[in-house]
Design a protein around this ligand. Structure first.
Ligand code: NAD
Length: 463
């Protein structure tokens, strides 16, 4: 079926079923859960074929994370779906107001490759929970995982309710020309702009889950061993191809030497030297791989030191866990989202210096602070407009299902996960019922007279 045919079928289906019952949504979500577990082994193998993603990492960062989202939704959907009674101000006496969440309508989901399972199924879970038919386009860069996800989704949803369209930019462009009610896009800020422009033609609502440079500050008071371990996991799992990975480090000058030692020790403990460690995923395509090696070359040319790593193997597209010491502001690693296992470490004077450097860049998706001092965390929280500030940990905000998760400006628009994900696909519809007292409004209706004004002024006391 062409994208247009799918869209028309889903539109007709939605017209006939504008509010699928809770039991139906739950049934689909449970089937999705079952299919996910059934395909666990095959998906793990697919991700190995796609970019040598380590199987243990798949378990933690794909299956556990997706199941957290799925189970949270199954547990709470009944309460999210319930109409919410709102209080009645005195001026509205005699009325009752409820807010109902109804599905927005056929929705388009465009997924990235970096967490092919989690980030394709996440919006599928939320669209299903909200009762929206959907067309999902997985990324073309993880074809093995995408093929399995397609057969999984097609085994659960009839095309009127849920369908997969495979393809790259051309297919995405074709899909974006259709007047979907909501578009959920996860990917780069560059493509996010294209998506938003396309959505504006139909005034479709958007959730844009984008990326950017997430800073990590290591304070003078930090537990340096714990900081090195948390940063190492956040940065190098999935070989740094994570939207919320620490992108660059800002390290307080008084502990910089000690911390650097802890960081290199931690990398040596976690990974085998050389660019062949099976615990480090490879870079997804030769083009992406080339870009990573260019980033390292560029830093070298600007006189930065490679503290550890730097090795690369073009055949397996593997890159060593790499730390670059004090690259200048002009280097590409300090200008672009890195999205690979390269970590710039910049020594800063203090909290203010770190905040100043962060403010020079677009609003980050996440901000990490390693410190023992909550006042420092508060300082970051109040100063940086970002999706999440985490103290002494990385990545965990993603699996806090009570969320919400999302970015701001360059790092995204809207929120997803848990209830926020459900609401993104829902139209919050007010139902206001006049129960008695229809005469009240008549007091301020035409024919107007000085009395209307007197009454309107009297009403001001009851707002
Ligand atoms: P990408 O923007 O290159 O691609 C994302 C999706 O957009 C793919 O399905 C791709 O086929 C599609 N696409 C490509 N060209 C398009 C076009 N012209 N019009 C419409 N769609 C098009 O991103 P990627 O390389 O897959 O993922 C990496 C980026 O995604 C990083 O910037 C990362 O930070 C971000 N990301 C964000 C989150 C989040 O939750 N905020 C999660 C993962 C990744």
């Amino acid at each position: 079926m062409t994208p247009l045919q799918l869209f028309e079928r889903q539109t007709a289906h939605f017209k006939a079923n504008p509010n699928p019952p809770l039991a139906h949504r739950i049934q689909r979500l449970k089937a999705l859960r079952e299919a996910l577990l059934e395909h666990e082994q095959a998906l793990t193998e697919a991700l190995w074929k796609d970019f040598y993603k380590p199987p243990y990492e798949v378990e933690v960062t794909e299956f556990l994370t997706t199941l957290i989202e799925l189970d949270h939704t199954l547990r709470h959907l009944a309460s999210w779906i319930k109409p919410q009674r709102k209080p009645t101000p005195l001026v509205l006496i005699g009325t009752r107001t409820d807010v109902h969440c109804y599905p927005k309508g056929p929705s388009l989901l465009i997924a990235p490759w970096n967490y092919a399972v989690l980030l394709t199924l996440g919006p599928v879970i939320h669209a299903t929970a909200a009762g929206c038919p959907f067309v999902v386009k997985p990324s073309e860069h993880t074809p093995h995982a995408a093929a399995l996800l397609t057969s999984m989704i097609e085994s659960i949803y009839p095309p009127d309710e849920g369908a997969v369209v495979m393809g790259g930019p051309e297919t995405a462009t074709e899909l974006l020309a259709l007047p979907f009610s909501h578009i959920h896009f996860t990917g780069s800020p560059r493509i996010g702009r294209i998506v938003m422009e396309a959505a504006s033609r139909h005034l479709a609502s958007v959730t844009l889950e984008l990326g950017g440079k997430s800073p990590t500050y290591v304070d003078v008071s930090a537990d340096l061993e714990a900081a090195a371990s948390g940063i190492c996991f956040g940065k190098f799992s999935n070989a740094g191809q994570t939207c919320i990975a620490p992108d660059y480090l800002l390290v307080h000058k008084d502990i910089a030497a000690d911390f650097t030692r802890h960081l290199t020790d931690e990398i040596a403990r976690a990974y085998v030297p050389g660019a062949g460690d099976a615990d480090l995923a490879s870079i997804v395509t030769p083009t992406h791989f080339r870009r990573q090696t260019e980033l390292i070359d560029d830093a070298r040319q600007h006189g930065a030191d490679i503290l550890t790593g730097g090795g690369a193997d073009a055949d397996s597209r593997r890159l060593e866990a790499t730390v670059i010491l004090n690259p200048s502001e002009e280097t590409r690693v300090m200008q672009e989202e890195i999205f690979g296992p390269i970590l710039p470490l910049v020594v800063v004077d203090n909290v203010e210096d770190a905040l100043e450097r962060i403010s020079l860049r677009p609003k980050p998706l996440s901000t990490y602070v390693y410190t023992k001092d909550d006042a420092v965390v508060d300082r970051f929280s109040q100063s940086v407009r970002t999706g999440a500030v985490c103290k002494n940990t990385t990545m965990l905000q993603f699996v806090q299902p009570f969320g919400p998760f999302g970015g701001e400006g360059n790092s995204g628009i809207g929120r997803s996960h848990g209830e926020a994900g459900f609401r993104a696909f829902s139209n919050e519809q007010v139902v206001l019922r006049r129960r008695w007292g229809s005469w009240i409004l008549r007091l301020v209706q035409p024919p107007y007279s000085p009395r209307s004004s007197w009454i309107a002024r009297a009403f001001r006391k009851f707002t």
